[in-house]
Design a protein around this ligand. Structure first.
Ligand SMILES: *Cc1c(COP(=O)(O)O)cnc(C)c1O
Length: 363
């Protein structure tokens, strides 16, 4: 026998991934900025530097990174409870709101159970649902780029465990109205958990008062994040507000210590810096309005966005031409084949580059 034959074990079959994993749609992350003149407008991040108070909190916490963080995130949950007017028992935190959403789906769905959501919406939804072995039920958006709540209610079956609503919707920017959301909650079984994903709520001038609905309908779960307006995308922290029983279940399904002490401290400091954050959000909203007005004048027909991004519905021919132009200009944006293009609203100089490019494309 040769030495290779002695060392190599006989290989008959190799480890295989579950079919749910090999069949997953790949999550396409926003491309990263590669240089100073590249505008990163693909991931709806905050273009501002971290809040000074968050920097101080992280620097302090870094000196204790040999220790595990507080697994129960007591300080952050109590601070959030005070901020929101709920109890800490009704708050569950996780590594980004995507992390919390994974806990929600794995905590509520057995194999073959159904999760209903609008499409197109947030790309992570089908991935998390299918990974859990549940079935993704996509309900097309209406003609105004919003959730078709009647069709979503009609899609509920006795296998439906969770409904995901995204307001304002990523990537279209369209919110759900409070009245329509309340009518929807009255029409779906109270045994179905209705998750209201409000990743962009800080930027929204209109939309539901989800906390009011949560108090009226115990099957509501609100999902929020520090990744967008609060500018902590790189630290991974988000949270759910749900009944104490559901929130307790989410805390049980959490990966231990998934939210670092740095993230917990930065989140608390950011809540304390609410006015500074609000000023930043106001500036982005002004830029959003400026861009929307200018694009309308250029002849683009866009739905008003309540997020920190704009949505251009485009067939694949227009999409390819826009993507080429943005790539050539060094502006990273997010293209969705068959649907359109999402552009993050950022600093005035980057926004001007977007407006100039789209002016040329509109002409
Ligand atoms: C960005 C985003 C999130 C937040 O993700 P994190 O995991 O908190 O960074 C959640 N939902 C939607 C719709 C988003 O666009």
């Amino acid at each position: 026998m040769s030495p290779e034959q002695l060392l190599a074990p006989p290989v008959t079959t190799l480890p295989t991934l579950r079919a749910a994993v090999t069949g997953l749609p790949a999550y396409v992350p926003g491309r990263r900025s590669l240089g100073a003149d590249i505008a990163a407008l693909a991931s709806n991040e905050s273009h501002y530097h971290p809040l000074p108070a968050a920097m101080v909190a992280v620097t302090e916490a870094a000196g204790r990174m040999n220790r595990y963080p507080d697994m129960a995130a007591v300080e952050l949950r109590e601070r959030l409870a005070r901020h929101l007017g709920v109890t800490a028992e009704e708050v569950a935190v996780g590594p980004g709101s995507v992390g919390v959403l994974q806990q929600i789906i794995t905590g509520l769905c057995d194999a073959g159970d159904e999760v209903v959501f609008a499409w197109r919406s947030f790309e992570a939804y089908p991935i998390l649902v299918e990974l859990a072995g549940a079935r993704a039920v996509r309900v097309p958006l209406d003609d105004a780029e919003g959730h078709d709540l009647e069709a979503m209610a009609a899609a509920v079956t006795d296998r439906t465990k969770v409904i995901l609503l995204c307001t304002p919707n990523n990537p279209t920017g369209v919110p759900i109205s409070h009245e329509r959301l309340e009518a929807f909650l009255q029409s779906v079984p109270s045994s179905v958990l209705v998750v209201i994903d409000e990743a962009y709520v800080e930027y929204a001038d209109t939309g539901p008062d989800s906390l009011v609905l949560y108090r009226r309908y115990p099957n509501v779960c609100i999902l929020r994040t520090f990744s967008k307006a609060y500018g902590l995308a790189g630290l991974r922290v988000g949270y759910a507000i749900a009944t104490a029983a559901i929130a307790e279940g989410l805390r049980r399904t959490a990966l231990p210590f998934a939210v670092s002490a740095l993230a917990q401290k930065a989140a608390v400091a950011s809540l304390d810096a609410g006015e500074e954050m609000a000023a930043r959000v106001s500036a982005v909203k002004l830029e959003r309005a400026r861009m929307a007005a200018e694009l309308a004048a250029q002849g683009w027909k866009l739905q008003p966005s309540q997020g920190n991004f704009l949505w251009i519905r485009a067939d694949d021919q227009l999409l390819a031409s826009l993507v080429d132009a943005f790539n050539a200009a060094g502006i990273l944006v997010r293209a969705y084949a068959g649907d359109g293009l999402r552009i993050t609203v950022a600093d005035p100089a980057s926004n001007d580059r977007v407006l100039r490019l789209l002016q040329a494309k509109a002409a």
